[in-house]
Design a protein around this ligand. Structure first.
Ligand code: S3P
Length: 160
């Protein structure tokens, strides 16, 4: 069975995936990294320059299809996977447990300050709109919701 972490940028998916996979003896994988491999790009800005958000979303679908049938993975998704229902369908058909790392927008702004730049988080007002639009999607797909605001990534992983 796989564990799939969903949530907005800055919710801690990658770090929690690393702690959780180590604790449970599973492998952790990063969807963004697989997207870079598949598109021969190095980072999100590179990918957006090559094919825009459409290239990201199409490649996320292809990556999800490939990894959903594998076993014993903790999958750290990109924050936008919930925009394509088929991605979550692939994971759920594979029997995955989907965990939503729920983080307030204020906390996300704090965490992303000084983090690597993200093409969809370069303007606060539009990022907040994305955040609001996606909250019901994350909630709708989640088997489990974990509030992360006052916790470190290790505390979140240890609590799972
Ligand atoms: C995105 C989130 C990013 C990355 C891309 C788009 C989004 O992943 O896939 O920049 O649409 O929320 P993280 O959530 O890992 O930052």
């Amino acid at each position: 069975m796989n564990i799939v972490l969903i949530g907005f940028m800055g919710s801690g998916k990658s770090t929690v995936a690393r702690y959780l996979s180590a604790r449970l003896g599973l492998s952790s994988i990063e969807m963004d990294e697989l997207v870079y491999q598949k598109t021969a790009t190095h980072n999100m800005h590179d990918l957006f320059a090559k094919g825009g958000e459409l290239l990201l979303r199409e490649t996320e679908i292809a990556v999800a299809k490939e990894i959903a049938s594998k076993e014993r993975l903790v999958i750290s998704t990109g924050g936008g996977v919930v925009l394509n229902k088929i991605i979550l369908d692939y994971f759920k058909q594979g029997g995955a447990k989907v965990i939503f790392l729920k983080t307030s927008f204020e906390e996300i702004v704090r965490r992303l300050e000084g983090d690597y730049p993200r093409p969809l988080f370069n303007q606060l007002e539009s990022a907040k709109k994305l955040y609001d639009l996606r909250q019901p999607l994350y909630l709708g797909y989640a088997d489990l919701v974990i509030e992360t605001d006052s916790k470190t990534a290790k505390e979140v992983a240890d609590g799972l």
